[in-house]
Design a protein around this ligand. Structure first.
Ligand SMILES: Cc1cc2nc3c(=O)[nH]c(=O)nc-3n(C[C@H](O)[C@H](O)[C@H](O)COP(=O)(O)O)c2cc1C
Length: 191
């Protein structure tokens, strides 16, 4: 099984990256293949709103470092999306990727703009979010993005680490890491 691991934090050893690593390390133990993408080190643009993905093409026309990420989302059975909470939302690096995933749906303008996913159904997405604030703060991020992840046909699992210490990439995320490892066991132990 293939996993695409998309890291939205600039901190290579930060809280969200470490939770994602707990998941991928455990999955690797079951023989999964991991493709890691550290967005902050990549060269890419945000969506240009050219809409070619909804007219002539079934994919994004832009060819940059996100091309492999967008392709990977179509081929991997599991996608891990992790991000810190920045100013009440995902990181800018991560949001630019999300905008480009507009190319993963076709839009039926005759039918109220209904979306059809170009990603094969039955895949799992894991959305990891880390924040300093308490749990009830920023729960809307999960609500807002769930709609999009589900419109791609993903079975979505969410792991949040809240109440973390500000400016502490080495903060304790052991509870979230445990959850991530349990999830890897659940998904991969029978494969
Ligand atoms: C620019 C910036 C904005 C932030 N905004 C918020 C915020 O709105 N709410 C919050 O709870 N934490 C906020 N934080 C704290 C981070 O979400 C927190 O440190 C998180 O653990 C970072 O994840 P990472 O270690 O994976 O990078 C912010 C941090 C930075 C650098």
């Amino acid at each position: 099984m293939k996993i695409i691991n998309i890291l939205g934090s600039p901190r290579k050893k930060g809280t969200s990256t470490r939770i994602a690593k707990s998941f991928t390390d455990a999955a690797e133990g079951f023989g999964a293949e991991i493709d890691n993408f550290y967005l902050n080190g990549m060269d890419y643009s945000g969506c240009q709103a050219c809409e070619q993905c909804h007219s002539k093409l079934d994919h994004c026309v832009l060819q940059d470092d996100l091309t492999a990420v967008l392709n990977g989302m179509r081929t991997a059975e599991v996608a891990v999306f992790s991000s810190p909470v920045y100013m009440g939302d995902v990181s800018g690096q991560f949001k630019q990727l999300l905008d480009r995933t507009w190319s993963h749906v076709s839009v039926d303008h005759e039918n109220d703009g209904a979306f059809t996913s170009r990603i094969t159904k039955g895949k799992t997405a894991i959305f990891i979010l880390c924040q300093v604030d308490v749990e009830k703060r920023h729960a809307d991020i999960v609500e807002r993005y769930t709609e999009f992840f589900e419109s791609f046909g993903y079975d979505l699992k969410v792991i949040r680490a809240t109440g973390l210490k500000s400016g502490a990439p080495d903060g304790d995320v052991s509870t979230a890491q445990k959850k991530a490892i349990e999830l890897a066991h659940e998904l991969f132990r029978n494969n």
